[in-house]
Design a protein around this ligand. Structure first.
Ligand SMILES: C[S@@+](CC[C@H](N)C(=O)[O-])C[C@H]1O[C@@H](n2cnc3c(N)ncnc32)[C@H](O)[C@@H]1O
Length: 364
């Protein structure tokens, strides 16, 4: 017997409305964009989770526009030049695949970025911008906010950008926390301060005191800014004052001209440095600093350096200088497969790759 609601058998049921396309997954792209990762992996992160052609559809365009616009209007914006390059690469690929950029917001950001970049002239080449990092693993980096690092990528001062060895040393410590966990740290040539901030702020490292040093006034001002803007990030797992910044010139350490520097060496349990072995004139001073630290430690102290292997002769000078100061060194091996995806957080390996980094441990 037919009920009132049952359609007569001859009648076909109405076609259901098409289900809306799934929301684009742009988390991976967002992480790479905020870190200002190299362009190709940043672009590839869009299609990895939104296979073509969906990566060129309007919802994806709109999602990309929202992420870029929010970042550029945030207190820690990426560079306009970088944003423009990302937008242009996406548009170019969309057009090559037979799509066009249809999203109004996308077009507005593209135009704004072009206008801003036209105004960037040589005297302003020290343009400040931020790179921001998050880890999907809350045991490695705090999660309430990203780690934000101010850089001046076009400035001549080498301390106003983070070098590959600086990122790598931070990743290496996250991968081997036992080396540094809960230790008092002194960092030489800290630059923008990323490595030291990770030592103090990572839940897995929790170094109770990290004193980051450098010697140009611009670097020190910028590093203090980076500590300040990350105070909430630091405070999630550690005392907000765990990270401090100060002046320390290696050339003054060796002759014990810097009383403050020597007292920091005496207090530190671990001395760290990333990409500081590059200027032949400074090598003896660095080695003398390592020796000073180790001599004051009763065998419990160590120094860990990350070095970008660029020039064999410079590196040989470093080794012979260590030998002349009777400092022993050991290269800490990195597996051929690298540190593993979990630890490879700082996706900013533009020129030098992780495989070109060397980590050394120094003892007496
Ligand atoms: C190549 S950068 C590395 C910066 C940072 N460690 C990183 O990995 O991003 C070298 C750093 O050493 C600092 N530096 C160079 N000579 C120095 C000296 N005599 N005393 C103290 N710092 C020095 C520079 O200012 C710069 O910040």
């Amino acid at each position: 017997m037919e009920t009132k609601n049952t359609p007569p058998p001859s009648q076909s049921s109405p076609t259901p409305p098409p289900s809306p396309p799934p929301a684009p997954n742009l988390q991976h792209f967002k992480r790479k964009f905020l870190a200002q990762a190299p362009l190709t992996p940043t672009f590839n992160a869009i299609s990895l989770f939104n296979p073509p052609p969906t990566c060129f559809h309007q919802p994806c365009q709109s999602g990309i526009a929202t992420i870029i616009s929010a970042a550029l209007n945030s207190p820690t914006p990426p560079s306009f030049r970088y944003s423009l390059k990302v937008l242009q690469l996406y548009s170019k690929n969309a057009e090559a695949a037979g799509f066009f950029v249809e999203d109004d917001e996308f077009m507005v950001i593209l135009k704004t970025a072009i206008d801003v970049c036209k105004k960037i002239t040589e005297p302003e080449s020290d343009l400040l911008c931020y790179e921001c990092f998050e880890s999907t693993d809350p045991t490695l980096l705090p999660t309430k906010s990203p780690l934000a690092i101010r850089i001046a990528p076009f400035h001549n001062d080498v301390g106003l950008r983070c070098w590959e060895a600086g990122y790598f040393l931070a990743e290496f410590f996250l991968c081997h926390p036992e080396i540094i966990r809960n230790k008092r740290v002194l960092e030489l040539g800290a630059g923008v301060g990323l490595t030291g901030l990770v030592c103090a702020g990572s839940p897995t490292l929790r170094c109770p005191s990290v004193h980051m040093t450098d010697y140009t006034p611009e670097t020190i001002v910028n590093m203090k800014h980076n500590v300040l803007i990350n105070s909430e990030w630091l405070g999630e797992v550690n005392n907000k004052d765990s990270c401090t910044v100060g002046f320390l010139d290696w050339t003054e350490l060796a002759e014990e001209k810097s009383v403050e520097g020597v007292s920091y060496l005496n207090r530190a349990e671990v001395l760290i440095a990333a990409d500081c072995v590059y200027d032949r004139d400074y090598i003896p001073h660095l080695v003398a600093a390592v020796k000073l630290l180790l001599e004051g430690g009763g065998g419990n102290k160590q120094a860990i350096f990350a070095t970008t292997f660029r020039n064999e002769a410079t590196f040989e000078l470093f080794i012979s200088s260590l030998q002349s100061y009777s400092v022993k060194y050991e290269e800490l091996k990195i597996p051929d497969a690298g540190l593993g995806e979990k630890y490879e957080i700082f996706d900013r390996f533009y020129i030098q790759q992780r495989s070109e980094m060397r980590i050394h441990k120094f003892t007496l």
